[in-house]
Design a protein around this ligand. Structure first.
Ligand code: GDP
Length: 454
């Protein structure tokens, strides 16, 4: 345990009904007594406190105080918490008062959680789950983060690591006691088990990035020729209740994104610059970016001008595939009997590039409900929570791949010592995910993503 005592505002800064200050470390008890000028209350019981300036004795604010002696606290250290009034001036005064106490310093981002991890309060994937929960914007993200925080993902990896260590113990026995009698078919059994484990990990990896996509959001690019109504469509989508944030980036030629909550799933819709052949300068750069975004998008909305039917833009048409929703826009401009339709066959959908189209008007909002419904089912197909928890970060994926590679080498190893080494490497790779081994170098990277007070 460290002898440094850290403190921070644990709630969001600014005007609020309540602000929570957290103090953790060996100086937490002293801080409680010095600031409240009263004895420590019984553990985990809220008491009314007045917080005073240690310098002048002036009452800075009043509220509730809580005392969590180690190890039964969030960090596993002595923790004092104060629930005060939220507001810039209160925050500044309390921060000043805490800073004035000897041995106290402001916490770094994620430092409380890091201490909790270091004191064995939870494993690394659970700590990441906590960060994801704090950042969750939609229902499905919240659910995934909760499962990870509860340790479901960590338990899977720890279980696998346990099986590897068991197999390793067997191999070490074979190496150390070659003269002793070991059941002959034991090695075969162990090898068989490891083959099964390799399969299990490989299956877990073959998840079409569901967990990562849910964490990051599904990326949808709107593509189409200039003036087909891409910006108008994005605006129409952003005006819906589902829009979380509307971000406007750089110039009109840049990529503009809107975050939507589609039935609990996070979605980022990007408007891209028009696809056009003879563009120059800035516009060409815009188009290059648009094409790059469209290429990496999970889903594409291919927009066409319905008034040009059946002459559809060839460049956009060429990009229609199974991940695309073709949309015929500006339907409000059609006169009676104009435009596409399948005469005499009611209910049969018009198709473009083999995909059923949505006929819409970004101007009147016609077809938007149908479009969102269609998108929602495409999105949920791609990231619906499966029965077992999915890996959520590239960090997990890298380590799991390393583990599978080691198990592949193990299967082909020519002698016991090499086989044992491969098992050791496979176990170590898994241990890095939950933080059981050699993680110092990656801790900084992980906790850097937290905010202060977490
Ligand atoms: P972009 O270049 O593809 O982003 O197209 P814009 O969204 O800027 O639209 C180009 C023009 O078409 C603008 O004048 C829009 O008002 C108009 N427009 C877009 N969608 C519709 C629509 O559904 N109906 C009608 N009548 N006009 C539209």
């Amino acid at each position: 345990m460290t002898d440094e005592t850290i403190f921070a505002l644990a709630s969001a800064p600014g005007r609020a009904g309540v602000a929570v200050f957290r103090v953790s470390g060996p100086g937490a008890a002293r801080a409680f007594v010095d600031l409240t000028r009263r004895a420590l209350p019984p553990p985990r019981r809220a008491v009314r406190v007045h917080l005073c300036s240690p310098a002048t004795g002036e009452v800075l604010d009043d509220g509730l105080g809580l005392w969590f002696p180690a190890p039964k606290s969030f960090t596993g250290e002595d923790v004092a918490e104060f629930q005060l009034h939220g507001g810039r001036a209160v925050e500044a005064a309390i921060t000043e008062a805490l800073r004035g106490l000897e041995g106290l310093r402001l916490a770094e981002p994620g430092e409380f959680t890091r201490r909790a991890f270091e004191n064995g309060k939870f494993e690394l994937t659970a700590a990441e789950g906590l960060a994801d929960l704090v950042n969750a914007e939609t229902e499905a993200q919240r659910r995934q983060a909760r499962r990870q925080l509860e340790g479901e993902l960590g338990a899977i990896y720890e279980g696998w690591r346990g099986r590897l260590i068991e197999a390793l113990a067997h191999y070490e026995a074979v190496i150390d006691f070659t003269d002793e009698e070991l059941p002959a078919d034991l090695s075969r059994k162990v090898n068989h088990k490891m083959l099964g484990l390799k399969e299990e990990i490989a299956q877990h990896l073959d998840d079409k990035r569901r967990g990562e996509r849910l964490r990051d959001g599904i990326y949808i690019a709107i593509i189409g020729a200039p003036n087909v109504g891409k910006s108008s469509l994005l605006n129409a989508l952003a005006r819906r209740d589902a829009a979380i944030v509307a971000e406007t980036a750089g110039t009109t030629r840049d990529v503009i994104e809107v975050h939507l909550d589609l039935g609990g799933f996070p979605v980022i819709v990007a408007d891209t610059a028009g696809l056009r052949e003879a563009a120059e300068g800035v516009e060409r750069e815009g188009i290059r970016r648009a094409e790059a975004r469209a290429a990496e998008a999970d889903i594409r909305l291919a927009l066409f001008d319905i008034t040009l039917w059946p002459e559809l833009d060839a460049k956009t048409l060429a990009l229609v595939n199974d991940d695309t929703v073709p949309i015929l826009n500006k339907a409000d401009l059609l006169g009676p009997g104009q435009g596409p339709g399948v005469p005499g066959v009611p209910g049969v959908k018009v198709r473009v590039g083999g995909r059923p189209v949505v006929i819409a008007s970004a101007k009147t909002g016609a077809g938007m409900a149908e479009l969102l419904e269609c998108l929602e089912s495409m999105v949920s197909n791609r990231i619906e929570l499966a029965g077992s928890p999915a890996l959520t970060r590239a960090r997990h994926r890298d380590a799991l791949e390393e583990s599978v590679d080691a198990l592949s080498r193990f299967a082909g190893a020519s002698e016991e010592a090499l086989a044992a080494e491969d098992l050791r490497l496979a176990a170590r790779a898994l241990g890095r995910i939950t933080g059981r081994v050699e993680v110092d170098d990656i801790l900084d990277v992980i906790f850097r993503d937290f905010c202060i007070g977490k």
